[in-house]
Ligand binder design. Sequence first.
Ligand code: AMP
Length: 219
Amino acid sequence: MKSIIFIAPPAAGKGTQSKLVSDKYNLPHISTGDLLRNAVSDNSDISKQIKETMEKGNLVSDEIILALLEERLKQDDCNSGYILDGFPRNTNQAKEYELLLEKLHKDLGYVILLDLDKEIAKARIVGRLSCKNCGSVYNEFVEETKPKIKGICDKCNQELSKRSDDNEVTFEERYNTYLKETQPLIDYYENKGYLYRINSGISANYTFSEIERIIGSSK
Ligand code: AMP
């Protein structure tokens, strides 16, 4: 199985899709947002700085991200592929990642863009909930990904929580950052002929079936 890179604006469902693909194809799901959230759980100055950057919706430095990612990709569970969620976010990260892949003797794999209209993205983000225990992601405003019991994880019965950066103000900032930093990245992969595009405003099931079509048809 090859690796998959998901590129998506906030709330396009990259967390949900990563989890679905990870479970079905037994690939580790690597979210650079989660790597960062785990790395900043102490009270050091650097952690505070990173947290502040994340809460403003700005990007953390490429150097920090690449160091965290390299450490993660060296682990054995990444030997037969993995899912990258949230990385690369800009063309510099994409170029640095190519060097890292060469160093680690790994292939790029599939680059999949989950496209989503800005207004749909905004409406979705306000309702997003996740489970800190098992990583499941829900949305209280989207019928098919709503938890069965309000505020409780369907899978492990733990309480669900909202991320502090999932609010309208941070959304605008994150969306603008996405347009500014990530659009050139999309052009970069498109020009190389690596990019697959999916309209992820239809449903999570539709998006997942399109992903399976892509990874099935180009094996
Ligand atoms: P995410 O969970 O992917 O939405 O990421 C949450 C926040 O973590 C982002 O708004 C950024 O501040 C930071 N972040 C995650 N991935 C990256 C990355 N590849 N480069 C820089 N910052 C990142």
